[in-house]
Design a protein around this ligand. Structure first.
Ligand code: SF4
Ligand code: MG
Length: 320
């Protein structure tokens, strides 16, 4: 199968400027060389603590942020080499949904107008056609067409996320980057939104890049999962493999904090020493060594490469 999205050693650095002259004294390496593929119809989970670079990476993929280095290919075409016309098509085909989809929206705009906006920008549709499309979108995400006349503040968190999804679907995208779309919602509402995304994927064959800080959120929806730590992927495998055979000590720590589904299969609970280090000054060698219960001398000096075997990739000296 041909990948829909390919990342090749993607980096996003932010300059640190200090002193009166604002001289650059270093970089925050928010994303520090990430490579993976997302296939058509696949849900790819991206998991890590806050500050690991996962949201930055999501924004780089949808081109809200410019990568510092590396290459992103969409449908075999490098983004940096796209013509203006191809860029416009990319903007239709790749959408993003956020934790709070309304934080960036005009509170005085009705939902119907919000949903019609993508058609105004990207198509020549008449007002009548746009309205029909907006109604269809509301229906698709399980909302009442009457809701078109309401304003953002008149909706609950779950309904808002449905509207965010409707807006993302307007132009029939091929990929939606979902940046923690359920982490602000009640647990019961979370599963409704995840089910909705799954249904829409079955219906349309769309690919999802699902970003979360919690492995349990991505477990059931993802085909494959990548675990990120301080700007790097430390483990990547199918969801089943990652949950049944986790290799990286960080992944095992994340898993140990999830209550086991079967009471007899109790997981040993591993707690991490200390806080996530400052990304402006990450540890040398394996960036996880300051918190890893298995760290050895070599871990402080040499960066463990991400090595794949049978579709399961791990970056740890212990494993290799
Ligand atoms: Fe722990 Fe060393 Fe493996 Fe890093 S390389 S995860 S410090 S054992
Ligand atoms: Mg985030």
């Amino acid at each position: 199968k041909t990948p829909l999205l390919e990342l090749h050693d993607v980096k996003k650095y932010y300059p640190i400027k200090q002193g009166l002259l604002r001289r650059q004294t270093g970089n925050v390496k928010a994303v520090d060389g990430v490579s993976f593929q997302v296939y058509p119809g696949e849900t790819f989970g991206l998991v890590g603590e806050s500050g690991c670079g996962k949201s930055t990476l999501g924004r780089v993929i949808v081109q809200l942020l410019q990568a510092t280095a590396g290459e992103i290919q969409f449908g075999k075409k490098g983004i940096s080499t796209m013509s203006a016309k191809e860029k416009l098509a990319f903007k239709r085909e790749v959408q993003m949904i956020f934790q709070d989809p309304f934080s960036s929206l005009n509170p005085r705009q009705k939902i119907g107008d919000i949903l019609e906006e993508p058609y105004c920008i990207h198509t020549e549709m008449s007002k009548q056609e746009r309205r029909e499309k907006a109604t269809g979108l509301l229906h698709k995400v399980g909302l009442n067409p009457m809701h078109a006349e309401r304003y953002p503040h008149q909706f609950s968190g779950g309904q808002r996320q449905r509207i965010g999804i409707a807006r993302a679907l307007a132009l029939n995208p091929k990929l939606i980057v979902c940046d923690e779309p359920v982490s602000a919602l009640d647990v019961s509402i979370q599963s409704q939104i995840i089910n909705l995304l799954e249904e829409l994927q079955e219906e349309t064959g769309i690919s999802l890049l699902f970003i979360a800080h919690d492995l349990s959120v991505v477990k059931h929806i993802s085909h494959r999962i990548a675990v990120m730590y301080l700007g790097n992927i430390v483990e990547l495998a199918t969801a089943e493999e990652l949950f049944t055979n986790p290799q990286h000590p960080y992944t095992r720590t994340l898993l140990s904090s999830i209550p086991a589904e079967h009471p007899r299969k109790k997981r040993e609970r591993i707690t991490l020493a200390g806080e996530i280090p400052n990304p402006a000054n990450p540890p040398q060698g394996c960036k996880f060594h300051t918190r890893c219960p298995y760290a050895e001398e070599a871990c402080k000096k040499t960066v463990p490469p991400l090595i794949e075997s049978n579709g399961h990739a791990v970056a740890c000296h212990l494993i290799q």
